[in-house]
Design a protein around this ligand. Structure first.
Ligand code: TXA
Ligand code: MG
Length: 330
């Protein structure tokens, strides 16, 4: 087990995949890229490894984890698919979609990973490196985002190192991720329900289902006692610097997180500014979001003024993460 101050980083490749699978089998913690964000993997069947994972992230153990598997066949060993779930898996896996399903009878995922719920969250990631590791390990891997609990999710290996150095055993570096926000989570209950907007736009899902997704009740978050979405803590993806949403202008001492090409009143030569997508492209903005929040957070500004981002397509997930970044920090 790694006890040093830094965690070894291996470049993508066969050696890294072999080492990752070996460490997972020993109960180790391995960070690896998925197409959405970097995940911190542990053997989903090993309670000791999962306990260490919660500890490394500083994550409350009542917040369950997503089990990652290589294909639908492996997913069916874990969760019970109804017709909606089967249709979604068929249409969108591998990809940035997580399904919450009732557990199967012999579900191999440890109770600690599902926080004692009767349901389990499952995802088949699309990133080739994640898939190679899952194939080599041949068991489900639980993987939350590879950040300290409450920080923004990592989109590069360097972000993982800066949050978790010395607390985990290996980081596999596959370069910056493609999507940049976490997977969309759909609960396959009586009515399919959107539990977390994410990298797969709601419209794509509704088109395949031929119906609208039910909406999570407003009070279904952390302390409502509602088990539907235990992880939807109101303040979650939060930088330390105060975040001000829907800013139409920049105030003195604020940094600017811009979107699109219009001029913003208050910007001068001293303003620290980053633009999520000068051409107004939501996919580009999603890919840049967490990295830019991290950079701006490190600049010591009085606050971060965020320009409005349109709410359609990936904008729903971007606005969800921005809203959480703005909650509860002063
Ligand atoms: O894109 C992603 O989903 C990334 C990559 C690494 O796959 N993973 C990720 O994991 O975002 P995490 O742990 O940061 O977020 C998982 C969310 C949490 O909010 C958790 O509460 C929710 O999934 N979740 C897990 N199991 C659940 C369940 N049985 N019912 C409802 N929500 C569940
Ligand atoms: Mg997370």
């Amino acid at each position: 087990m790694n006890l040093g101050l830094k965690t070894p980083i291996l470049p993508a490749g066969e050696a890294a995949v072999r080492q990752a699978a070996r460490l997972l089998a020993e109960g180790g913690l391995v960070a690896f890229p998925t197409e959405t964000v970097y995940g911190l993997g542990a053997d989903a069947t090993n309670p000791a490894a999962i306990a260490r994972l919660y500890q490394a992230k500083g994550r409350p153990a009542f917040n369950p984890l997503i089990a990652h598997v290589g294909d639908i066949g492996a997913a069916m060993q874990i969760g019970r698919f109804d017709a909606h779930a089967a249709r979604l898996a068929e249409a969108f896996w591998p990809g940035p979609l997580t399904l919450v399903l009732p557990k199967t009878k012999g579900c191999p995922v440890a109770d600690l990973a599902t926080a004692g719920l009767e349901t389990v969250a499952i995802r088949v990631p699309a990133h080739s490196l994640a898939r190679d590791i899952l194939r080599a390990f041949a068991r489900p891997v639980v993987a939350p985002s590879a950040n300290l609990s409450g920080h923004v999710s990592p989109t590069t290996a360097a972000h993982v190192q800066s949050d978790l150095a010395g607390k985990i055993d290996l980081i596999v570096d596959g370069g910056p991720v493609e999507v940049g926000v976490e997977s969309t989570i759909v609960g396959c209950f009586e009515q399919p329900m959107l539990l977390r907007p994410g990298g797969l736009p709601r419209g794509d899902i509704e088109r395949v289902l031929g119906r609208t997704l039910a909406q999570l009740p407003e009070d279904a978050g952390s302390d409502s006692g509602q088990p539907l979405a235990p992880g939807m803590l109101a303040s979650h993806y939060a930088p330390r610097t105060r975040v001000r949403l829907n800013a139409e202008s920049v105030e003195a001492g604020e940094a600017l997180l811009a979107f699109g090409s219009h001029a913003v009143p208050g910007v001068d030569a001293a303003t620290i500014a980053m633009n999520l997508s000068p051409r107004g492209d939501l996919a580009e903005a999603a890919a840049n979001l967490f990295g830019y929040l991290r950079s701006l957070d490190a600049r010591g500004a009085r606050g971060i003024a965020v320009m409005p981002v349109p709410h359609h397509g990936l904008g729903e997930a971007i606005n969800d993460r921005l809203r959480r970044a703005a909650v509860g920090r002063e």
